[in-house]
Structures are given as C-alpha cells and as structure tokens.
Design a protein around this ligand. Structure first.
Ligand code: NAD
Ligand code: TYD
Length: 342
C-alpha cells in the first residue's frame, strides 16, 4: 500500500542515501524531504531525486513549528523519519547551542506535529554515541539496548536528550515511536569534515592527514546502505516504543583506517600528522545488533573491504561534489579547527 513518508535531513549524508533507497525500494511511496540546508545539506546531492515525481522537497527548519505544521497539513504523512540534526562532535564542542536547538527542540516540534495530525510511526534516527564509550582493554563489552545512557560530548548529549523525549512522548501521549541507534556510517555523500571523507579528500590533494591523539580510538563502521535497510525494516516491522541498535561488528582503529586509505590511493603514510586530541574523546564504540537481527532479520550486507572500495571510487568519480564543498565556507572551518591544532 502506498504511503507518504516525511524524511527530515534528507539533503545530508544518511538522509539522502535513505531518500534514494526508499524511492527505489518503494516506487509507490511519496517521499517528502524537509531540510533547512545548513552547511551540511546540499541540493546537488538530491538532484536526481528532484527528477522523480514521487519526491518533494521543502526547505524548512524542523524548529519552525508553523512551517512544519503546514507541511503536515499539505502532505498528510503516514511515517516520519527524523534524520535532521547537527551531527559533528567537533562542532558541538565549539558551539553546543545549535545542537540543543535542532536535535532536541526540533525533535519536539516534529513529534508535536505527529500528535496534532496523527501518524502511523515516528522514527527517531539516533546514534550509538548516547551510550558513551567502552574501554580499549575490554573487547568483550558491547552496547546493547539496555546499556545506560552516558554521554560524552554536547552532540551525544543532545541526541540522548532527544531519545528520552521520544520515549516520553510514547509513554505520556501514546505516540507510536521507534528509535534506532547506529554506529559510524560511511559511503557516498559523506560530508568531508568526518574522518573517512576528510582523509580521502586530503590524501587526494596531498594534504596532511590529521589524526587525533594516537589514532587508537575505535569505531564500528557500517556501510550507509545497510543502515538505510535497517531503518526501512524498523519503520515497517519494528515494535512501537522500542529501541534498536544497528551495527555490523566491524571495529577499526582510526589509524588503521587512515593507513588503509593511503594504501588504496597510493599515497605515502608520511602525510599522516598526529594532532591534539579531541576534548573528551570517546575511546571505543561497539554495537551488539542481536535484537534487530533476531526480531527483524537484519544483517549487514556490505563487507568493509567492499564498502571502502565503493566509497573511495565514489569520491574519485564525484570530485566536483566534494571540491565544491571544501572550496566554500568549509575552508574557514578547516582553518579554525585544524589551523593551530598541531
Ligand atoms: P549530516 O550532518 O550529513 O546531515 C544533516 C542534515 O540535516 C543536513 O542536510 C542539514 O541541512 C539538515 N539539518 C540540520 N539542522 C536542521 C534543521 N534545524 N532543520 C532541518 N534540517 C536540518 O548528518 P548525517 O551524518 O547524515 O546524520 C543524519 C542523522 O543520523 C543524524 O540524526 C545523526 O545524529 C544520525 N547518525 C549519524 C551517524 C553517522 O555516522 N553519520 C551515525 C549514527 C547516527
Ligand atoms: P568522526 O568522523 O568525527 O565521527 P565520531 O566522532 O562521531 O565517531 O570521527 C571518527 C573518529 O576519527 C573519531 O575517533 C575522531 C577521529 N578523527 C580524527 O582523528 N581526525 C579527524 O580529522 C576527524 C574529523 C576525526
């Protein structure tokens, strides 16, 4: 049966991948993207979607209550998937305020609209970072859905605040919600301020590769399409009021990722520059995905070896996309964040 799906943050990395995934997987659905186009949102990413009659775009901030209510009145969504967020930990350390506004208050506006107009499902796209971090010397430990919330950065705190609000709207108002908490994604359209695309872009330009601290921090990397598949399963078959962890047991230390990128691009490891560590830097993230596997049959399909090749190829074949980004206001950001970090 055809459905109307609102996707917020669809001009960003994961949201855009989700828009394309849904247009392809559910050709009878109408996908309505709501995005205010912050520095991280990019219309060129959605150029192909704009040609699809089942896709519609609204340039609206999720904190703009009137604007959001009007969209709900026009579009009558069945499902709302909230990706819109400030997503970069380093930026949250510099300026937490907009993180609280968008990530918490924006979530509230979206859920108020859902209550007012009625929906089948509100899905909150959250992160494994709400669980804090795990020590490097305990590889036996993983985040489950029962792991206590214990955040480190303004970013993760704002995401945790939103998660608690989502669960409160379920319990208090009976809003049919679900939450997914995913590990680090990588793939096409990843903004070049994040580890993997930043290292690819810098390596291709023979620029220093800034590794924080000793580079021993571990992340659990998942190819973005596998995340999209998991969300599609949760919004259709996941239980209301539940949290689902998403991750593929693919833990890697940052330094190993950077060395791998050098090798794949034929660049010397001498480009690697160790810089001052991130404040409050989380050591290790690792997801236990047993629940989503056993309840919904989800398993990651793309192995890291294949996913990283596909990702590097994408950055090689889409130079204009990221070169336009790094030649704009991003240059000032880069200078500010990395200029005196050494
Ligand atoms: P991104 O920064 O690439 O994109 C965010 C998008 O949201 C942009 O298009 C931006 O314009 C839009 N946006 C920001 N503030 C907005 C507002 N107030 N109103 C409307 N639109 C707004 O982020 P991403 O990496 O694609 O992450 C998407 C979601 O997934 C976020 O909620 C993030 O917390 C979560 N997440 C990300 C990862 C990851 O590895 N990137 C992992 C787990 C969860
Ligand atoms: P990032 O991509 O910002 O994701 P997150 O912090 O949300 O996991 O960073 C991934 C890891 O890479 C993290 O441990 C910080 C590290 N990192 C660097 O070493 N250098 C960099 O320039 C960046 C952006 C990140």
């Amino acid at each position: 049966m055809s459905k109307n799906v609102i996707v917020t943050g669809g001009a960003g990395f994961i949201g855009a991948n989700f828009v394309y995934f849904m247009l392809n997987k559910h050709p009878d659905y109408k996908i309505v993207c709501v995005d205010c186009l912050t520095y991280a949102g990019n219309m060129s990413t959605l150029a192909d979607a704009m040609k699809n009659p089942n896709f519609k775009f609204y340039k609206t901030n999720i904190c703009d209550r009137e604007g959001i209510y009007e969209i709900f009145e026009n579009e009558k969504p069945d499902i709302v998937v909230n990706f819109a967020a400030e997503s970069h930990v380093d930026r949250s350390i510099e300026n937490p305020e907009v993180f609280l506004q968008t990530n918490i208050l924006g979530t509230q506006v979206m859920m108020d609209a859902c209550r007012k107009y009625g929906i089948e499902r509100y899905h909150q796209v959250s992160t494994d970072e709400v669980y804090g971090d795990l020590p490097l010397d305990r590889p036996d430990l993983f985040f489950t859905e029962e792991t206590p919330i214990h955040t480190s950065s303004p970013y993760s705190s704002s995401k945790a605040g939103a998660d608690l609000l989502v669960l409160a709207y379920h319990r208090t108002y009976g809003l049919p919600v679900s939450i997914s908490r995913c590990s680090n994604n990588y793939g096409p359209y990843h903004f070049p301020e994040k580890l993997i695309p930043l290292m690819i872009a810098n390596a291709l330009n023979d620029k220093p590769l800034p590794v924080y601290g000793k580079g021993e921090n571990i992340r659990d990397w998942l190819y973005v399409e596998d995340h999209c598949k998991a969300i599609d399963l949760v919004i259709h078959n996941g239980r209301v009021g539940e949290v689902y962890n998403i991750g593929g047991h693919n833990e890697m230390a940052n330094i190993d990722i950077v060395k791998l990128i050098c090798k794949k691009l034929g660049k010397p490891e001498s480009l690697i520059t160790y810089v001052a560590d991130r404040k409050g830097h989380d050591m290790r993230y690792a997801i236990d995905p047993t629940k989503i596997h056993s309840e919904l049959g989800w398993l990651p399909e793309t192995k890291f070896a294949d996913g990283i090749d596909k990702t590097i190829d994408w950055y090689l074949n889409n130079r204009e996309w990221w070169e336009t980004i790094i030649s704009g206001e991003y240059r000032d950001y880069y200078e500010k964040m990395y200029g005196n970090r050494g």
